[in-house]
Ligand binder design. Structure first.
Ligand code: GAP
Length: 429
């Protein structure tokens, strides 16, 4: 884990938030490679969940919602952890993490009785800070979908089963954030709410557990590092009938990447009751009006990014040296191609390399780098997972060919400059 954290900082994937002020604990900023990886991951999710299907619609709801949403959803009443404070060192602990409920695990001081601590961030809308103006930062994106259920029915007239997908920020005032970006107070979720007839919910639940598990495999996570863990009845959230986690074998142990839950008709019924709006689905063939059940695959963007980096991180021995290479799937790799001049003091080579890079950039995420010797440039690109390095050398000026090096095999091939873009596009497709 330390190696991954260090690589993330050194190469510009993830920086500590507000670093120059000593950092704001457990906040993280994504740098140039991190933002590309994160965007590629979100795009891959959207591609498989929205674009490749006919039954799922995308949306993007506001983070701030009417406070009644969180009363109806049960979050005001049920979304809390039990916490204890140390009377001596004032540190705060999640009750579930304490083996001895009386003694501080850090300083041995006396702990307070466990008290409920609501995880929602509270703020005020507008200039007046009173109880009338309280709003919450959403702790899940899902509610933005539920409150738009009737709007979507009116706008698109979908037939069951159908889904609504959304990617966005969520906030939870976690008592014990940690493990780098794994548990933070601000994070992004990729959530799908899939509406089905109640009698079809078990079948749809099994389908989505499988489908989501396989999505991680398709994007290259190693099978031995991924598992499904069905929840015991005692761990289920207040709205869930069943839930299975997709877990990844992080260096700190098996931990949740995504939860797939059967939320039943809980949310739609709650919002219908609290808002007075009809949120039932009308089946015009069966002439039936009812509340659909909801199957919800809910994944964390930041956790997935971390899992993909950890899984891709590889150290290989090459000629008595250790090569660090990030073997990310081609869909996720932040940069696909790097163009490198072999001799940076030869203007004709530099000029040719720059013009090749400029042309590739129109179709492929490409970087140009001439800031070091070739060995160093290769190492740098390997560490950030660049799939192909294109080297321009003296011979390129004459034979109009370049050397293309494959990140994983390190094999090199001479390719004509006029064939290069098509060659790379084929490899990357
Ligand atoms: N709408 C259902 C829901 O929010 P959840 O299991 O609480 O369910 C879903 O969260 C996913 O969101 C988790 O599997 C995880 O990937 C991500 N997530 C939840 N809390 C997080 C946190 N504090 N930091 C980072 N990711 C988090």
């Amino acid at each position: 884990m330390e190696k991954v954290v260090s690589l993330c900082k050194r190469r510009g994937f993830i920086f500590a938030g507000s670093d120059i002020y000593g950092g704001l604990s457990n906040t993280w900023d994504y740098g140039p490679y991190g933002v590309e990886l994160k965007n590629n991951l979100k795009r891959a999710w959207w591609q498989s969940v929205v674009y490749e299907r006919n039954d799922i619609y995308g949306m993007d709801a506001a983070i701030l919602m009417h406070p009644k949403v969180w009363e109806a959803s049960g979050h005001v009443e049920n979304f809390f952890d039990l916490k204890s404070d140390c009377k001596q060192c004032k540190k705060r602990f999640k009750d579930a993490d304490l083996s001895d409920k009386k003694k501080c695990p850090e300083c041995g001081g006396e702990l307070t009785e466990a008290r409920a601590f609501n995880l929602m961030f509270k703020t005020h809308q507008g200039p007046v800070e009173d109880a009338q103006n309280v709003v919450y930062l959403r702790p899940e994106t899902a509610q933005g979908i539920f409150v738009n259920f009737a709007n979507l029915l009116d706008a698109r007239h979908p037939k069951l089963p159908f889904g609504i997908a959304q990617i966005g920020k969520s906030f939870r005032n976690e008592i014990t954030p940690g493990n780098f970006t794994f548990r933070t107070r601000e994070f992004e979720q990729m959530e799908l709410e899939y509406f089905v007839r109640p009698e079809k919910s078990e079948e749809a639940y099994a389908y989505w557990v499988n489908e989501r598990f396989n999505w991680y495999l398709r994007l290259g996570l190693k099978k031995e590092n991924l598992k499904q863990r069905p929840h015991d009845k005692t761990e289920l959230a207040h709205y869930a009938l069943a839930c299975t986690d997709v877990e990844y074998n992080f260096p700190f142990g098996w931990s949740e990447l995504e939860g797939i839950a059967n939320r039943t008709d809980f949310d739609l019924k709650q919002h219908a009751q609290a808002s007075g709006k009809d949120l039932q689905y009308f089946d015009d063939q069966a002439k039936e009006r009812f509340y659909p059940y909801i199957i919800e695959p809910s994944g964390g963007v930041d956790r997935s990014v971390l899992a993909f980096i950890v899984d891709a991180y590889t150290e290989e021995k090459v000629k008595d040296e250790i090569r660090v290479v990030l073997k990310l799937h081609k869909t996720l790799a932040p940069t696909k191609v790097a163009v490198l001049p072999l001799l940076r003091n030869r203007p004709e080579i530099v000029e040719l390399a720059k013009s090749i890079a400029a042309d590739l950039k129109k179709n492929i995420i490409t970087v140009y780098d001439d800031t070091g010797a070739i060995g160093k440039l290769y190492r740098r690109q390997d560490e950030v997972g660049t799939l192909y390095c294109v080297t321009v050398d003296v011979q390129s000026l004459e034979d109009k060919q370049v050397t293309v090096r494959d990140r994983d095999t390190m094999q090199q091939e001479r390719i004509g400059i006029d064939q290069l873009k098509q060659y790379l596009l084929t490899k990357l497709s």
